[in-house]
Design a protein around this ligand. Structure first.
Ligand code: THU
Length: 162
């Protein structure tokens, strides 16, 4: 038996003002696009904006439903649009923000488990890491160098092939 461990590092910024200009603009867009979320049930409005490797921008917001499990997260709305509009083009950076109408919005959002699976597969299918910029409407910002870091010991396409 050997013990193994997983460790990853990410950057923490006290505010959006410490980001490089391109990252700052992307995060501002993600904060702005939260306005387009359809989240009447949770009142947790999530916005995601991505810059693709060809320079195109794609956005997504969460889309809820009276039948709760039908709802879909902002990140997966974005990835579905990107895959359809720009097939096989890697996502270089995705900024994700939220506006919590029921509470505070000053801590970085963290993608849910289902979205982590989706984000990581997108990296694998386009063969390029996807940087994530995570924040709320204000406060700290996390930058993670690739989405796969959020999903250690992940299950993927290669496992199915054996
Ligand atoms: N949600 C997202 O869109 N992305 C996340 O990263 C976390 C959660 C949505 C799903 C649901 O509409 C609402 O936020 C509350 O969970």
């Amino acid at each position: 038996m050997v013990k193994s461990s997983v460790h990853f590092e990410f950057e923490v910024f006290d505010s959006i003002d410490q980001l490089a200009t391109a990252d700052k603009e992307l995060l501002l867009s993600a904060r702005k696009v939260t306005e387009k979320a359809y989240a009447p049930y949770s009142e947790f409005l999530v916005g995601a904006v991505a810059k693709l490797s060809n320079g195109e921008m794609v956005s997504g917001t969460n889309q809820e439903n009276a039948s709760y499990p039908v709802g879909i997260c902002a990140e997966r709305v974005l990835l579905a649009s990107a895959a359809m509009l720009h097939p096989n083009v890697p996502v270089s950076t995705m900024a994700i923000a939220y506006h919590n109408l029921k509470g505070v919005s000053d801590k970085p959002v963290s993608p849910c488990g289902m979205c982590r699976q989706s984000l990581h597969e997108y990296e694998e299918r386009t063969k390029q890491p996807m940087r994530l910029i995570l924040s709320g409407m204000n406060g700290k910002v996390f930058i993670i160098e690739n989405a796969g870091l959020l999903l250690p010991l992940s299950f993927g396409n290669a496992d199915l092939k054996g």
